[in-house]
Design a protein around this ligand. Structure first.
Ligand code: PMP
Length: 433
């Protein structure tokens, strides 16, 4: 059956707000290492990993073996009504690496569910539905997670169950905080937060939810130390800090295991998903014990932390730690970052990101005008030449890269060459227009 048939059937039966990438969408049918193959037999180097989800690459025997061993026992699922050994073991491992004191772990199925749970805990703990979030953020697609998401194009509903005030995002190319130094940016943000708390919010705020590096928002980040300064203000009011590490966790940023660690401060909760399952549905929340245990009612999760996902999660975490993939992210990501800068493309206003989380901000030549049409061009050109990258940013003009943390130097170089060609052709298009 051709991909065309599949696309027609997809459009007929799935919601129109599920929108595959590319003028001619592709169906991935197999993968190995950092490469995937589509239904037409074309192979691509994968620099997006299904939005940073394929943390250690495709077809990794350690993961398949762990999952198969569990399946072979004939118990693929077991609700939280029963003890689940694999779940307890995984929670212990995650608590240990979380950096959160007195940590307890709730295992769920996705980033959305993780953030929804963190919001439930914060609002219950503080008995308030007032939340601080950040402009240009993305936290998931449930009613509450969408409610704190700060990007118009993803905000499918304005009928939010939470009462949200938005802080500025880390964008220093445009907007009110453009061009500020790190120290000025932090001072301005702290003053803004103080003003917001004094003038806009009514009574006790439950939490701040924020991504250390905004993922969907185009890998925009505040300066190092920002969250330490912000947390000092939050602490004066007893407001909790939730670090959404769905894209930044598990060593992806190279320098640190968690994104929050660039800020010399520790959150009250962190949420995770995507990479830890390497394809299996797994997400969750780490919280200080007193916050995690604040619910008085009993809760239940049919699939969260099931033995198969938990086996995968343990194998992935063990693999990341035993192969020191954080160091690989720093080294290979550093080379890629330097290579991207050295391309000196006139349509790239900024190369940003950390480790193997890198982005290109595309603009019309000689300006800071966002160029979403050039992002589409780069996406199509890279695909035509065997490389998958992502798109994002407030204006849809950011090329996002998040390859598996196992990416080799040779693969980074190969991807860089394809990107160089794609950027050159996008520049040609921009100057022709
Ligand atoms: N938080 C962040 C930072 C994300 O990038 C995403 C997914 N793009 C989510 C939450 C939601 O995760 P999921 O798609 O697994 O529900």
């Amino acid at each position: 059956m051709s991909t065309d048939d599949l696309l027609a059937r997809h459009r007929a039966v799935l919601p129109n707000w599920i929108n595959p990438l590319y003028a001619e969408p592709i169906e991935l049918v197999s993968g190995a290492g950092c490469r995937v193959t589509d239904a037409a037999g074309r192979t691509y180097l994968d620099f997006f990993g299904g939005v940073l989800t394929t943390m250690i690459g495709y077809d990794i025997p350690e993961i398949s073996d762990a999952v198969r061993a569990q399946l072979d026992k004939g118990i693929a699922h077991s609700s939280t009504l029963y003890l689940i050994r694999k779940q307890v073991e995984l929670a212990e491992k995650i608590a240990k690496v979380s950096g959160i004191p007195d940590a307890k772990v709730f295992l769920a199925n996705s980033g959305t569910e993780a953030n929804d749970t963190a919001l439930l805990l914060a609002t219950q703990f503080r008995r308030s539905n007032q939340i601080l979030a950040v402009r240009n953020s993305y936290h998931g697609r449930s009613f509450a997670a969408l409610g704190v998401t700060g990007q118009r194009s993803w905000s499918a509903t304005s009928l939010s169950p939470v009462n949200v005030s938005y802080l500025h995002s880390g964008d220093r190319l445009r907007g009110l905080l453009a061009g500020l130094s790190d120290a000025e940016y932090i001072a301005r943000s702290v003053a803004d937060l103080r003003e917001l708390l004094a003038t806009t919010t009514a009574g006790d705020v439950a939490c701040l939810i924020a991504e250390p590096i905004q993922g969907v928002g185009g890998f925009v980040a505040p300066p190092d130390g920002y969250f330490k300064a912000i947390k000092e203000v939050l602490d004066e009011h007893g407001i909790l800090w939730v670090s959404d590490e769905v894209q930044t966790g598990w060593g992806r940023t190279g320098e640190h295991f968690w994104g929050y660690q660039a800020h010399d401060a520790v959150p009250d909760m962190l949420t995770f998903a995507k990479g830890i399952g390497n394809g299996f549905t797994l997400g969750g929340v780490v919280a200080r014990g007193e916050v995690m245990d604040c619910l008085s009612a009993i809760s239940f999760n049919t699939f969260g932390g099931n033995p198969v996902s938990s086996s995968a999660g343990q194998a992935v975490l063990d693999y990341v730690l035993s192969h020191d993939l954080q160091a690989n992210a720093a080294r290979v990501g550093g080379l890629l970052h330097t290579g991207l800068r050295e391309l000196n493309s006139p349509i790239v206003a900024e190369v940003r990101g950390r480790g193997l989380m890198l982005a290109l901000e595309l603009v019309r030549p000689g300006s800071l005008d966002p160029a979403p049409e050039l992002a589409v061009k780069v996406l199509e050109e890279t695909k035509a030449n065997g490389l998958l990258v992502g798109k994002g940013g407030l204006y849809g003009n950011v090329i996002r890269m998040g390859p598996p943390l196992t990416l080799t130097e040779a693969e980074a170089k190969e991807g860089l060459d394809i990107l160089a060609g794609a950027l050159a052709r996008a520049y040609e298009q921009a100057t022709r227009a």
